[in-house]
Design a protein around this ligand. Structure first.
Ligand code: R5P
Length: 269
């Protein structure tokens, strides 16, 4: 791995814990104005001080994030279909030149293993990696899971391994309660977990805790943070689990404490 690639990856991983809390706010690229992200600037800005990295599209980045924000950017570069269409019909939508112009530290693309356009999305990943390698740009592959697919270790193990074999430098996938450690073992690059649909705060903390205990390199979490009743408190509780080895009880207590104080961006209101 060359210096630029290593340096970009190092910028999102906490030096002490070796893990990362990425904030995923790219949902609008196929869902439109998602609950909790209807006003992206207002929703995201208070969370920036607690994000090791922002996973975002160029549109929201350009229009809603101040260029002076000191947060590494992982740019979503795939898309195409909306939530009303065939979701696996994605292509590369944002060029490498654009990612470099936006000073991204990485680019992200979805693959749809087992779906209608599985082969094309996996080939797209390969093409993106070929180009990214020329510029020392890390590629995060996201294993999108269709409605019909079981989110079990067998499927997630298949999808994450394929992503790594094609050349992804990191993989984002979902957590599964059974045998997640086997998914991690079978994937030779770091795995971060997506949070999925909003669940109660304590359950989301439990999921982050279990994922990290079983070898995940961190989270790239969206809805369970920005749809929380207190997103700033939730992301701090997630950080405590990922970076400071908090137990689930301790992290939930921290969430409640911050929530009761109505802490927003470190300021007690
Ligand atoms: C999915 O479309 C995006 O890649 C999200 O970034 C990913 O699913 C993580 O967000 P969430 O935690 O809401 O699942």
């Amino acid at each position: 791995m060359d210096w630029g690639m290593k340096n970009r990856l190092a910028s999102i991983f906490n030096q002490k814990s070796g893990k990362t809390v990425m904030l995923a706010v790219d949902h609008g690229y196929f869902q439109g104005p998602t609950t909790g992200l209807k006003k992206p600037r207002e929703a995201i800005t208070p969370l920036l001080p607690y994000s090791d990295c922002l996973f975002v599209t160029r549109g929201v980045l350009r229009n809603c994030i101040t260029p002076t924000a000191n947060v590494p950017i992982f740019l979503r570069v795939s898309g195409g279909p909306s939530v009303l269409g065939e979701l696996s019909n994605e292509d590369i939508t944002t060029s490498m030149k654009e990612a470099l112009r936006l000073n991204a530290v990485g680019v992200g693309i979805s693959i749809f293993v087992g779906e209608k356009n599985e082969d094309r999305t996996i080939s797209n990943l390969g093409r993106l990696v070929n180009e990214a390698e020329e510029y020392g740009m890390p590629v995060l592959a996201i294993t999108a899971v269709g409605k019909e697919m079981a989110r079990d270790a067998r499927y997630l193990g298949l999808a994450t391994r394929i992503a790594a074999e094609i050349g992804a430098h990191m993989v984002k996938t979902y957590y599964c309660a059974e045998d997640f450690d086997k998914v991690v073992e079978g994937c030779p690059v770091p795995i971060v977990i997506a949070g999925g649909k909003k669940i109660p705060e304590r359950d989301a903390l439990q999921m982050a805790h279990d994922a990290v205990s079983k070898g995940a390199a961190g989270v790239d979490m969206g809805r369970n943070i920005f749809q929380s009743e207190n997103p700033a408190a939730m992301i701090q509780a997630i950080r405590a689990v990922v970076h400071e080895n908090y137990s689930v009880d301790e992290a939930f207590e921290l969430f409640n404490e911050l929530n009761n104080k109505k802490v927003v961006s470190g300021v007690v209101e």
